[in-house]
Design a protein around this ligand. Structure first.
Ligand SMILES: [Zn+2]
Length: 159
């Protein structure tokens, strides 16, 4: 995450203003694997994400812009090979777009701040939402609960 945030001017865990950048600019800023998922709507190979079987408590952020996306307590083991969640952090943290590519009717989920492609949402998840957000681990940044608190205090504007 440090290597990304250093040269990424829009990366922030607290700024919620929308990010609009050209594909050229994104290409310069993002690591190749993140660019492939985020901007080219790629899909990582299943079972390759370190987050697939990851149980730490904390918050998952968009790796492209730092937007908070999911809490660890809404993560569940779906067995589908990608990190799965049943609920985003807030309604505005995610954008939903119909995706009819590959002969399937799916709903694409994108970051609500920078529109990075995250994955898809399916209606076969557990209660209470019944939804399964199937997310590419490459596009997730994770911060442990305690670290997140520290970071928040540091970034809070001084009054
Ligand atoms: Zn984002």
């Amino acid at each position: 995450m440090d290597s990304i945030s250093k040269k990424n001017p829009v990366y922030s865990n607290s700024d919620s203003s929308k990010v609009t950048m050209s594909e050229e600019e994104w290409k310069k800023i993002l690591p190749e694997d993140v660019y492939y998922i985020a901007r080219q709507k790629g899909t990582e190979r299943p079972w390759t994400s370190k987050f697939e079987n990851f149980k730490e408590k904390g918050t998952y952020y968009c790796a492209a812009c730092g937007n908070a996306l999911f809490q660890s307590d809404t993560k569940f083991e779906s067995g589908c090979g990608w990190p799965s969640f049943y609920q985003p952090i807030s309604k505005s943290s995610i954008i939903y777009t119909p995706d009819n590519t590959h002969g399937m009717e799916r709903t694409e989920v994108q970051c609500g701040r920078c529109k990075a492609h995250l994955g898809h949402v399916f209606e076969d998840g557990p209660p209470p939402t019944g939804l399964r957000y199937c997310i590419n681990g490459v596009i997730l940044d994770f911060t442990k609960a305690k670290d997140a608190e520290k970071q928040y205090n540091k970034e809070k504007p001084q009054q």
